[in-house]
Design a protein around this ligand. Structure first.
Ligand code: NAI
Ligand code: MG
Length: 497
């Protein structure tokens, strides 16, 4: 049998064993076709290792394992026990924080400090949903004295979950947490750019005691394994995070197969609005974090920055200084803020947008070039004098590139902020409570941050208006994505007809 693990090392952990197989039925196995693909370190552009590639056949096997578990052991498992498994998994994730964070930095390129924060959030999400497992309740509905009616929140069944590379482990937790808490089983496909951390988490899943087949983790490509999962006749639900283009394909695949339920968390082009009366230094910190956190590879990145005319020039000047102070470089250095973009493809896409911005006549305040000569590093880039018709104001760039424009009135900025096909997040910076709430009411976005940005929390629902998606993740709201209501109605009196 082909090897399903490899010895790797990072500057933080030294040597460790990295699983490289598909995780099906609690075992690491090679793909049926014996195919593998390379995993790249985006800081060096070197190959880290290869992992097994799942094709349609492996998807069939993983779905069958999830189906068997769903109809068998998992159905017999009490909600309390489901919660215990999740809490145990959260504990194991915390115990393995350094390893998981180091692998995330190695594979994705995010700084070790940020990766540690991610892993902390992962444990938070899993533990939170562990707490929900035995609190999934129905209702008794009294319609008349002759009937007794109750509802149950039942699991949907086998869930196919497809996740991206920007927060590999965090997206893994957002997906499996609510699905498992509510009694579903899962086949989750990681992104081809970042398969490593979830395979370590898979090992912890087994250690936490989950029965075989409850959580299956497959590595492979979107067009093959992802497409097979979303078109599968025995998958009851597909949950996806990624590009809007692929989101549409997934809905089509669901529609033309078995009409499986679909939830989508897609792109964004989120406005971050700074009023004249804002605390300017605080606002700059949040705007900087809003766009440059995770190298701009955030679906909710505050990539459209609108500054009121009274402070525009001062803001742009000081924001430039702030951006220049962000340390770009080796993700394993503790004071690095920004690492490389995830792949050559993403690097090229972003540089393409930067060229577009320059050609369209926007002003480069800072950045706009490659950083260094190795790895997919891009300088933190700020464009000012950006107009609404420019591509860099309309399209998701998903990189460290910020577009700034000026506005005058509150009425005008609500209109401009909503001038997007997307509606994922938004930010408002002002000291005036009335302005803050009025503008928050006017924005068509799933999240509004006031005097802060990018502050996600596992208790707070997150998701998109408009083409940013459907369904909500995190919080109690996510449970609705993974349950369906059964109404049971019983006649107590005599026959009516
Ligand atoms: P993508 O949407 O192609 O990839 C996300 C996931 O979908 C991966 O697991 C991939 O394997 C899978 N996938 C791809 N094609 C599929 C298909 N036909 N059927 C089923 N699954 C499929 O995103 P990509 O190409 O990596 O990034 C492109 C752009 O998407 C980014 O520049 C960014 O704008 C956006 N994006 C948004 C994310 C978010 O958090 N909302 C995350 C990643 C990318
Ligand atoms: Mg990689």
């Amino acid at each position: 049998m082909a090897s399903v693990s490899v010895e790797l090392h990072t500057p933080i952990t030294g040597k460790f064993t990295q699983p490289t197989g598909l995780f099906i039925n609690n075992e690491f196995v090679p793909g049926v076709d014996g195919r593998t693909f390379e995993v790249i370190n985006p800081s060096t552009e070197e190959v880290i290792t290869s992992v097994h590639e799942a094709t349609e056949k492996d998807v069939d096997i993983a779905v069958a394992a999830a189906r068997k578990a769903f109809e068998g052991t998992w159905k017999q498992t009490t909600p309390e026990q489901r919660g215990k498994y999740l809490v145990k998994l959260a504990d194991l994730i915390e115990e393995n924080k350094d390893l998981l964070a180091a692998v995330e930095s190695l594979d994705n390129g995010k700084s070790i400090t940020m990766a540690r924060a991610d892993v902390g959030a992962v444990a938070g999400v899993i533990r939170y949903y562990g707490g929900w497992a035995d609190k999934i309740e129905g209702k008794v509905i009294d319609t008349n004295p002759d009937t007794f009616t109750y509802t149950k929140q039942e699991p949907i069944g086998v869930c196919g979950q497809i996740i991206p590379w920007n927060f590999p482990l965090l997206m893994f937790s957002w997906k499996i947490g609510p699905a498992i808490a509510t009694g579903n089983t899962v086949v989750i496909k990681t992104a081809e750019q970042t398969p490593l951390s979830a395979l370590i988490a898979a090992r912890l899943i087994k250690e936490a005691g989950f029965p075989p087949g409850v959580i299956n983790v497959i590595t492979g490509f979107g067009k093959i394994a992802g497409a097979a999962l979303s078109a599968h006749m025995d998958v009851d639900k597909v949950a996806f995070t990624g590009s809007t283009v692929v989101g549409r394909q997934i809905m089509k695949a669901a529609a033309s197969s078995n009409l499986k339920k679909v939830t989508l968390e897609l792109g964004g082009k989120s406005p971050n609005i700074i009023f004249n009366d804002a605390d300017i230094e605080n606002a700059i910190s949040w705007v900087n974090f809003g766009i440059f956190f995770n190298h701009g590879q955030c679906c909710c990145a505050g990539s459209r920055v609108y500054v009121q005319s009274g402070i525009y020039d001062k803001f742009v000047e000081r924001f430039k200084a702030r951006a220049l102070a962000n340390k770009v470089g080796d993700p394993f250095l503790p004071d690095t803020f920004q690492g490389p973009q995830v792949s050559q493809l993403q690097y090229d896409r972003i540089m393409g947008y930067i060229q577009e911005g320059k050609k369209a006549g926007a002003t480069v305040v800072t950045g706009g070039e490659r950083h260094g000569d190795k790895g997919y590093f891009i300088q933190p880039t700020i464009f000012s004098n950006v107009t609404e018709d420019m591509k860099i104001m309309q399209e998701e760039i998903f990189g460290p590139v910020c577009s700034i424009a000026k506005f005058d009135t509150e009425e005008e900025i609500i209109k401009t902020a909503n001038n997007s096909i997307y509606g994922l997040a938004s930010g408002i910076h002002t000291k005036d409570l009335n302005t803050a709430i009025r503008v928050a009411n006017g924005l068509r976005a799933g999240t509004v941050w006031i005097n802060q940005y990018n502050m996600l929390h596992h208790q707070i629902p997150f998701g998109g208006y408009k083409e940013s998606g459907m369904g909500r993740e995190l919080g109690e709201a996510a449970l609705a994505n993974y349950t369906q209501v059964k109404s049971v109605s019983m006649r107590l009196g005599n026959a009516l007809f």
